[in-house]
Write a protein that binds this ligand. Structure first.
Ligand code: FAD
Length: 297
């Protein structure tokens, strides 16, 4: 029986493991090796590690855990249940594990717009988060992608990083005369035709091609087309979700299930590496305090 099982070995899960390992708890971390930012070359906005590759960041985190009683197991967890004060976890090989507490740190995945050419550019010059990649795109020709009216807010926001912003509505819906007036007042160009493909080289976007073959020179693209949970384990366990599809948490990352804590992108809050790591640390401390209370004679 483990004190704590952590599902998800991204920044949230690894930081929870570090706090719990340092609290002399018996911990296992399961990870299927698909962190959300694996498409990206650099992880930005994390003080002391700004610009580090996401892969190196995880490697460094895993190495730092070596001196604690933390097992790292590279498998996908298929099922998680809670019964009579115990969590029962099965991995994809059918092996079963038990713990007193559980941290769910399984993250989210992005609904990347299904445009021809996007896969080679995603995380390099096509992004979703201006706080992660806006600085690297500063003063560039920035395209904002959003079906119909969906990209207006992000187009306005991107003016913070460049004066050269164009909104692409991908042939969906219609901009109202008020939308157009707002865009023009803020000197944002707009293209309403359907997008056929993105062109680029070595990860660098060069052109957006619309129906009919017209090419627009662009250097970066931002989109906000939403996210979904990377795993169905929160649903299996009976977690409460917000209407945005993230798990509702209370103080110190507690969920509605006793002993189950949710940290990182899977839980409600800002979605950044440093926030995910901090939530993992909060869950770690809260779990250790609960265990201390339960063990006290
Ligand atoms: C392209 C891109 C670039 C980004 N750039 C930045 C940036 O520059 N700076 C920044 O702060 N943020 C950035 N982000 C956001 C950042 O990736 C997330 O906020 C962060 O990864 C959240 O950490 P997490 O630990 O919650 O989840 P993740 O890092 O997604 O880790 C979750 C882990 O859980 C594992 N997992 C899921 N289900 C299971 C299962 N059933 N069994 C076992 N393991 C499982 C996954 O394999 C994964 O390793 C970026 C995101 C994207 C998509």
């Amino acid at each position: 029986m483990y004190d704590v099982i952590i599902i998800g070995g991204g920044p949230a899960g690894l930081n929870a493991a570090m706090i719990l390992g340092r609290s002399r708890r018996k911990v296992v971390v399961f990870d299927s090796g698909e962190p959300r930012n694996r498409w990206s070359r650099s992880m930005n906005g994390f003080l002391s590690s700004d610009g580090m590759s996401p892969e190196d960041f995880i490697k460094k985190g895993r190495a730092e855990l070596a001196k604690y009683e933390v097992e790292l197991v590279d498998v996908k967890v298929e099922s998680a249940t809670y019964s009579k004060g115990q969590f029962i976890i099965s991995d994809d090989a059918g092996k079963v594990y038990h713990s007193k507490k559980l941290v769910l740190a399984t993250g989210l995945k992005d609904k990347v717009p299904p445009i021809d050419g996007v896969e080679d550019l995603y995380g390099k010059s096509v992004h979703h988060c201006p706080y992660c990649d806006g600085w690297e795109s500063r003063d560039k020709a920035i395209a904002v992608y959003g079906k119909g009216r969906d990209g207006i807010g992000q187009a306005l926001a991107m003016k913070n990083w460049s004066s050269n912003v164009t909104l692409y509505t991908d042939g969906a819906g219609k901009l109202t005369s008020q939308d157009i007036a707002l865009l023009e007042r803020n000197e944002i160009a707009y293209v309403t035709k359907k997008i056929i493909k993105l062109e680029g080289e070595d990860g660098q976007l060069t052109h957006i091609v619309t129906l009919g073959g017209k090419k627009y020179a662009q250097e970066a693209m931002f989109f906000s087309t939403g996210t979904e949970q990377q795993s169905g384990l929160g649903t299996q366990l009976g977690c409460e979700f917000t209407n945005k599809g993230v798990i509702k948490t209370r103080r110190l990352q507690k969920s509605n299930i006793p002993g189950l804590f949710v940290a990182g992108d899977a839980a409600r809050d800002m979605q950044m590496v440093i926030v995910a790591a901090a939530e993992g640390a909060k869950a770690g401390v809260a779990i250790n305090m609960e265990l201390q209370q339960e063990e006290r004679k």
